[in-house]
Design a protein around this ligand. Structure first.
Ligand SMILES: *[C@@H]1O[C@H](CO)[C@@H](O)[C@H](O)[C@H]1NC(C)=O
Ligand SMILES: *[C@@H]1O[C@H](CO)[C@@H](O)[C@H](O)[C@H]1NC(C)=O
Ligand SMILES: *[C@@H]1O[C@H](CO)[C@@H](O)[C@H](O)[C@H]1NC(C)=O
Length: 537
């Protein structure tokens, strides 16, 4: 996935000295009067009505609680945990004193946000493709109401409520009288992280999940392993990580994974693991003898997974049975991209096998043979699958009910979207959102401008585009720079995938995103600045 065909020019003029000076002045200069924090919604809800009627909230008197008439009981840990979390996001970590309250207090106060779940709550379930994330929020005097059919909508509504609260110029917490109706435009809104090029500590993954919730993302696409390392600690095949991880410390144990899964679930986020094959598998070969194809070229090395041996499929059956039990999501990503055919070509046993099978010189047919067997194995564990676009492009026989095709190549991804959906496949778009490609300036605007349904096709075809993913491949990313590179650039993708199609005003987006970025910083996410300026505390 790393060797992309995009050509991004990194030659840009050095920043003008005047701008640097301005930014220094802005950073150093204290504002003359305490400025109010501005409330900013990100991503923008479907409908927001606000009045100038201001209501006060005090950290000591305000509580978020569950309506007794709810389908969720007080034992719903997911909600209780979210209530605690959002109380802290709203008021900060310090037990804030209401010193300045008197100076602006107008007598109108909110003491409670009452959360109601109106149907089977799914409190103990994992979110999935069809999870209902809609909610309705009414902010009014004394008791504000948040109503959702499922806990997933309640989580999104709590985030919106927290974004509406701001500090007035006296430092008091206030919120306008407001009504919000909201639901996502696309059900699949992903962030891809790569723990193979660099190992990411657990804490970095958990913090990423926090930031995803602030931006209403709901899928963590976890590219767990690749050529470079195999950090997944398998129970059936411990040698895979013993030999294939960077070290014994650079692994994800079963407990680590359970922790990630639950942390994600509590934030309404699915975790889809990717085990990419038959290419991108060099690290697998270290701990699993005879899995990779021996290459008969001068390098004397190993190539993709060896598709001609029965032992390969025995291994895959056991391995993916384990994966299907460890990861609860109904989808597993099987990769299938960038298979290098030269090694297969060099190997006389492979050549003989291809003749027996009548594949001629078509290595695509050999790849298809492998992928089809792999998909059969994974289907037998009752999981569906995602694959990279090459699998579709190379003509592998796929079942439109079970496979989602991910479109990642650029620049002409519109054509691929047309073809994939014309063939009846559900698809997820990544091509315009490779955040590992960086350049000078405000590249969030480029991600923001994308319209995922801007390709030629019928409305039935467009309905097959279920969302997109912002990808942060790990060649140049580890725990030191992941957060500032991902945020707030990925936020632009978050709004594109959540908000209505007509939400495109870049000036408005710039203002809101600047505030949203400051809010992420206050919540402990080292999100990089959009441009010059400063954050209110
Ligand atoms: C929120 O209330 C303040 C104070 O009355 C008012 O100035 C502001 O315009 C209101 N915001 C909106 C979006 O109505
Ligand atoms: C999604 O989750 C709900 C609640 O657990 C479940 O009833 C439903 O069958 C699931 N749908 C899919 C497509 O897995
Ligand atoms: C591999 O499996 C196939 C089908 O089960 C079988 O016909 C073949 O003999 C096996 N090959 C070897 C070398 O065991």
């Amino acid at each position: 996935m790393a060797l992309l065909v995009f050509c991004s020019r990194v030659t840009s003029p050095p920043p003008p000295p005047l701008l640097l000076l301005l930014s220094l002045l802005l950073l150093a200069g204290a504002p003359l009067a305490a400025a109010a924090r501005r409330p900013a919604l990100w991503p923008l809800p479907v409908s927001v009505l606000q009045t100038p009627n201001l209501l006060h909230l005090s950290p000591r008197n305000f509580e978020i609680s569950l309506d007794f008439g709810s389908f969720a009981g007080p034992d719903c840990f997911l909600l209780q945990d979210a209530f605690r979390r959002y109380h802290r996001y709203i008021f900060g970590y310090s037990k804030n004193l209401d010193v300045s309250l008197k100076s602006s207090f107008n007598g109108k106060e909110i003491q409670q946000l009452l959360v109601t779940i109106t149907s089977d709550s799914e409190c103990n379930a994992y979110p999935n493709t069809t999870s209902d994330e809609s909610y309705k929020l009414v902010v009014q005097e004394s008791v504000a109401m948040l109503e959702a059919r499922k806990v997933w909508g309640a989580l999104r509504g709590l985030e919106t409520f927290s974004q509406l609260v701001y500090k007035d110029s006296y430092g008091a917490y206030v919120i306008n009288e407001t009504e919000v109706i909201d639901y996502p435009r696309f059900p699949f809104r992903g962030i891809l992280i790569d723990t193979a090029r660099h190992y990411l500590p657990l804490k970095t993954i958990l913090t990423t999940l926090d930031a995803m919730a602030f931006n209403k993302f709901n899928v963590l696409h976890w590219h767990l392993v690749d050529d470079n390392s195999f950090p997944y600690q398998s129970m059936a095949f411990p040698e895979l990580s013993n030999k294939g991880a960077y070290s014994y410390a650079h692994v994800y144990t079963n407990n680590d994974i359970r922790l990630v899964l639950e942390y994600a679930r509590l934030r309404g986020i699915r975790v889809i693991p990717e085990f990419d094959s038959p290419g991108h598998t060099k690290s697998w070969g270290k701990g699993q003898k005879d899995l990779l194809t021996p290459c008969y070229d001068e390098s004397d090395s190993f190539g993709p997974v060896n598709p001609i041996l029965n032992t390969t499929y025995d291994f895959l059956s056991t391995f993916f049975k384990e994966i299907s039990e460890v990861f609860p999501d109904s989808y597993i990503h099987l990769g299938g991209d960038e298979v290098d055919f030269s090694c297969w070509h060099s190997n006389p046993d492979v050549t003989e096998f291809m003749q027996q099978q009548g594949f001629g010189q078509s290595y695509e047919k050999l790849e298809s043979y492998y992928i089809q067997k792999l998909i059969d194995i994974v289907s037998s564990t009752n999981k569906r699958n995602l694959v990279w676009q090459e699998v579709f492009d190379n003509g592998v026989k796929l079942n439109t009910k079970d496979t989602i095709v991910e479109v990642w190549k650029g620049p002409n991804f519109e054509k691929e979207l047309s073809e994939v959906t014309d063939a009846g496949f559900t698809t997820v778009l990544l091509s315009p959102w490779y955040l590992d490609y960086i350049s000078y300036g405000e590249d969030w605007r480029k991600y923001y401008k994308v319209e995922p349904l801007d390709f030629s096709g019928t409305s039935a075809q467009k309905e097959l585009v279920i969302g997109g993913t912002a990808a942060l491949w790990g060649e140049y990313i580890d725990a030191t720079n992941l957060m500032p590179r991902l945020w707030p650039r990925a936020s632009a993708v978050g709004e594109r995938l959540w908000s209505s199609k007509n939400v495109r005003d870049e000036d408005d987006a710039y203002d809101r995103l600047t505030q949203h970025r400051c809010r992420m910083v206050r919540r402990g996410i080292p999100a990089e600045p959009l441009y010059v300026g400063y954050c209110e505390l």
